[in-house]
Design a protein around this ligand. Structure first.
Ligand code: URP
Ligand code: ZN
Ligand code: ZN
Length: 481
């Protein structure tokens, strides 16, 4: 296969920034250095004035998810294509078995849907119920299928919610397998209770959504999951941290020495809760996602969480529902399918509002959009780095170019954009996936099915340290002679 030479750019990684050409062939980075030569048939990209960075990893997406009586409108091909346009070259999606559904059946279903992906992908697997077959399936998934993260929904009562018994069983098993646990932290009992109360009071519009899911509901669940993980000695990753109170629970645990990681969504950093009070029902409903968008003070706290390193990753929770799907909840906000889009815009929005405002350095940008996810989910340095031998998943980023985000021009398969009208400066001009140019200056060249499933081995970088500290704290019996 003819290679690709990226010439004259400045390479930016999570660690450093330097002038270098990058040559890619056979799907990997072959050389990084000064004045590289390339075969005559290589595609040459002039990256003068641009940054060359690891492609984005979005560790939280839901392509074609069956959810709340409908199916997310974005599929694995359209979603990974939109991601590639925005500079994201890998997603970690979720296999979510229905309660009592055999885990491996769900695994096969999602695996077949994902075969159409245009860029590389992997799967977290949700544990939604418990018995011995689930215990066994977790072992099969880790041992044979390269799954090293298990997801737990603490919300969505009467659907996919786990109670504490499931959390304890699954966390224990994950720990013994060397996997990381992840949680959607909201107290589903409280959400259900508040929803019933609000509807009984006649609050049936989207304004009821944030009222039914206040920050305390999220903080309680985050703290509970953190403490369960602490007792059991398993690493924990809290997805879509949306508020200061949940961030404080994560920060506290980290200060106490616990291995807890936090993810924040581009949407939670940049969209505030006023959207739910908009008089236009469609507009308000289009923002219904969980946890909901929060007041501005929470956004500031989340940015500080990223800056301080207490939040390590950014994601989108890309889960698209169009207006006709949102209309399912026209008379009752609890029936509005939960989810919003963002895979195409995450990198641009975070560069503009993170790097250009001085909240993040360029290197921190790479860390929170790519490298940290690769490390936590144990695919570094294959992903998230610019090193010889790594997968050639790269972006060429023009810091001087601007554009305006709009549903009219985006590639996402949804009729709404939560960042509508946002001017972003710092634009992805070329995306390289597996050493192939899949996007160049408006020309989308993704191929259906070109994406590969990426196995992620267990025992990521924090595992041995955790095991040692657990051994040192292990209970001992008293010798009474
Ligand atoms: O509202 C959301 N976030 N929908 C997708 C499922 C989830 O909770 O992540
Ligand atoms: Zn969630
Ligand atoms: Zn999600």
């Amino acid at each position: 296969m003819a290679g690709v030479l990226i010439r004259g750019g400045t390479v930016v990684t999570a660690e450093r920034t330097w002038r270098a050409d990058v040559y890619c062939a056979d799907g990997v980075i072959k050389a990084v250095g000064d004045s590289l030569d390339a075969p005559a048939d290589a595609e040459v990209i002039d990256a003068g004035g641009c940054y060359v960075m690891p492609g984005g990893i979005d560790p939280h997406t839901h392509m074609e998810l069956p959810f709340m009586g409908t199916v997310a409108s974005e599929d694995f091909f359209s979603g990974t294509t939109a991601g590639a346009v925005g500079g994201t070259t890998m997603i970690i999606d979720f296999v979510i078995p229905a309660p009592q559904e055999p885990i491996m059946d769900a695994w096969r279903k999602w695996s077949s849907w994902a075969e159409k992906a245009a860029t590389d992908y992997s799967f977290h697997v949700a544990i939604t119920w418990w018995d011995e077959s689930v215990h066994a399936a977790m072992g099969t998934l880790v041992g044979e299928h390269g799954v090293n993260s298990f997801k737990h929904f603490m919300a969505y009562k009467n659907a996919i919610m786990c109670d504490d018994e499931v959390l304890v069983n699954s966390f224990t098993r994950a720990r013994d397998l060397g996997a990381i646990c992840t949680v959607h932290a909201e107290n589903g009992e409280l959400v259900f209770h508040l929803q019933q109360q609000l509807v009984a009071q006649g609050i049936t519009g989207p304004e009821g959504h944030p009222l039914s899911r206040p920050p305390e509901v999220e903080a309680e669940a985050a703290n509970r999951a953190i403490r369960i993980a602490q007792v059991l000695g398993v690493p924990l990753y809290v997805v879509h941290t949306s508020c200061d109170a949940a961030l404080q629970a994560i920060t506290r645990a980290r200060l106490e020495g616990q291995r807890v990681f936090g993810e924040v969504l581009a949407g939670h950093l940049l969209v505030d809760d006023s959207v739910y009070r908009d008089p236009d029902w469609e507009f308000a409903a289009a923002h219904v996602m969980s946890p909901p968008f929060r007041p501005r003070r929470d956004q500031e706290a989340l940015w500080r969480g990223l800056q301080s390193g207490n939040l390590q990753t950014t994601a989108t929770d890309h889960c698209c529902f169009c207006a006709d799907q949102k209309a399912m909840g026209r008379d009752d906000f609890t029936k509005i399918p939960n989810g919003t889009a963002g895979i195409e815009d995450r990198m641009h929005a975070i560069w503009t509002h993170g790097v250009r405002t001085g909240r993040l350095t360029m290197n921190e940008f790479v860390a929170v959009t790519s490298t940290n996810a690769a490390k936590i989910f144990n695919i570094y340095p294959r992903k998230g780095s610019v090193t010889v031998g790594a997968d050639a998943d790269l972006v060429v980023w023009d810091p001087a170019r601007s554009r305006t985000i709009s549903a009219k021009t985006h590639h996402q398969n949804i009729d709404f954009n939560i960042f509508e009208g946002m001017e972003v400066t710092g634009i992805n001009v070329v995306t390289i996936s597996q050493g192939r140019v899949v996007y160049r200056d408006g020309d989308v060249r993704t191929q259906r099915g070109a994406g590969r499933y990426v196995k992620r081995p267990p025992r990521a970088f924090f595992y041995d340290a955790m095991r040692r500290s657990r051994e040192l704290r292990a209970p001992r019996s008293v010798d009474r002679g």
